[in-house]
Design a protein around this ligand. Structure first.
Ligand code: GLY
Ligand code: MN
Ligand code: MN
Length: 470
């Protein structure tokens, strides 16, 4: 395959590896890139992307590679390129060129790994993390004598240290990371504007997705996750795009760019006919206010759960004003009444992964000593850390009329029984279905910086773009 070298200076990756080695207390780490997956036969693979920990440390998506990181320096292990590869894929960079671009001491054949591991004291002395790629996992199991049967929550010894070190490093973005994130976020904003412009009654969801992805391709990027582009926003992970847009529908688009591995993640909701109905507008403004209130909380030292609860209180206040919920705001939020219409968490970490480092379970999202709540809604919160400058999070409140929730006797029962949920008032908002507004926000020393600010979200600004194909 064609190998792309890192586009940022080798010193970026040298600094990151040195910082990792320093945290590992003299033990080496071996971090794997993962392998290519065939779509049907090996010559027709899915687009390849290296594992994010590997990308962070090397800057390049090299399949079947691994990087050895120790206080003594770093080495990259590769499978030698087959002789006829240049015939199909063109010339590949030499190992010396790869070593220079990544700033590693040298590139070696991965067949040498067993000797290197033995010289370091054996597999138990070498830290590693289980690859998500099954084939890579099999070679890791053999090389490192691991099975990782307990999954990432059960990581032990040197592996647990490596996971904690990666979390600490990737949690706070360095300047090189922010450079790429800003580029991904600018393209993501442009892609949402393209989606708004392409929208009109009679079009199909997949056509709007096409307009949005075309904009990302114009930036030389692809998507960082499977896009949600739908008039049925109440289906939270709706990956189907076969509906025709009707006059009066709301379009919910959750689409983000991936730029050299770095992710954008934005949701906007807009009226298909260019004008929110009064009921849609009322709920839209509540979601927008909740998003602005939550964004304002993204400041150093603030516990992210409090950011979530700020959004929940703001949404609840709006729902009480509309007569959909009855009661006093703080009490309603304490009982979780808001989760009937806002069932998910207000956001998550974002970086190389769209849900950054969730391959490590809750190790990244939850600070030591904190764990997920049992309450419906709060239990889906993916992040509960104290914010610090350099952390990047999404803020994505929403309101949804989800049949699976509203018809769920156990969830709604107590709120029906005591009259908290006013179903008659809620019934007037049937044309809403689902509204979410999502931005990527950087925590700084002072005010939060909304990295995806360029995507309009005030109701009138959104309406002004819909259907205005350039
Ligand atoms: N696009 C995935 C999310 O918003 O979490
Ligand atoms: Mn998100
Ligand atoms: Mn999203």
């Amino acid at each position: 395959m064609t190998l792309a070298l890192p586009s940022q200076d080798a010193s970026v990756f040298q600094r990151r590896r040195a910082a990792l080695a320093e945290r590992l207390g003299g033990k080496p780490a071996l971090v794997f890139a993962g392998g290519q997956k065939p779509m049907n036969y090996p010559g027709n693979p899915y687009p390849y992307r290296a594992d994010s920990h590997f990308l962070y440390l090397t800057g390049a998506s090299l399949p079947d590679a691994s990087v050895w990181v120790s206080e003594a320096g770093s080495e990259l292990f590769l499978t030698p390129t087959p002789e006829d590869d240049a015939l199909w894929h063109g010339a590949t960079p030499s190992w010396a060129e790869i070593a220079a671009a990544m700033g590693v001491d040298r590139v070696r054949d991965r067949a040498e790994l067993p000797e290197v591991i033995a010289a370091a004291g054996g597999p138990s002395e070498v830290a590693s993390l289980p690859s998500a790629d099954p084939q890579t996992r099999r070679s890791q199991d053999a090389l490192l004598d691991r099975s990782w049967l307990a999954g990432v929550e059960g990581l032990e010894g040197v592996d647990a240290h490596l996971a904690d070190a990666m979390v600490a490093l990737r949690m706070v973005h360095d300047a090189a990371a922010l450079e790429r994130l800003r580029e991904a976020h600018a393209a993501t904003a442009a892609c949402h504007m393209a989606g708004m412009r392409a929208t009109k009654p009679g079009a199909w969801e997949y056509q709007i997705r096409g307009a949005m992805e075309a904009e990302l391709m114009r930036h030389g990027m692809r998507t960082s996750y499977q896009p949600i582009v739908t008039v049925h926003g109440e289906i939270l992970h709706n990956f189907d795009q076969r509906n025709q847009l009707q006059d009066g529908d709301l379009m919910l688009a959750d689409v983000g760019a991936e730029h050299e591995g770095w992710a954008g993640d934005v949701t906007r909701t807009w009226p298909v006919n260019g004008k929110f109905s009064p009921t849609q507008r009322a709920m839209y403004d509540i979601v927008l206010q909740a998003q602005l209130d939550a964004i304002d909380k993204v400041r150093p030292g603030v516990r992210y759960r409090e950011v979530h609860l700020t959004a929940a209180r703001s949404l609840t206040r709006g729902l009480v004003d509309l007569g959909i919920l009855r009661g006093e705001v703080d009490g309603l939020v304490e009982r979780g009444a808001h989760a009937l219409l806002f069932p998910h968490g207000v956001g998550h970490l974002i970086g190389l992964d769209v849900h950054d480092m969730e391959d490590l379970g809750d190790r990244a999202g939850y600070a030591p000593g904190r764990s997920r709540a049992d309450q419906f809604g709060l239990g889906y919160l993916r992040l509960d850390r104290d914010l610090a400058p350099g952390m990047c999070v999404t803020i994505e409140p929403g309101l949804y009329l989800v049949p699976a929730i509203l018809e769920h006797r156990e969830l709604c029962g107590p709120f029906d029984a005591d009259g908290t949920l006013n179903r008659e008032a809620l019934g007037r908002f049937a044309d809403v279905r689902g509204i979410r507004i999502e931005d990527d926000v950087l925590c700084t020393e002072d005010a939060p910086e909304v990295l995806t600010q360029a995507a309009p979200k005030a109701a009138e600004a959104v309406e002004a773009l819909v259907g205005r194909e350039a």
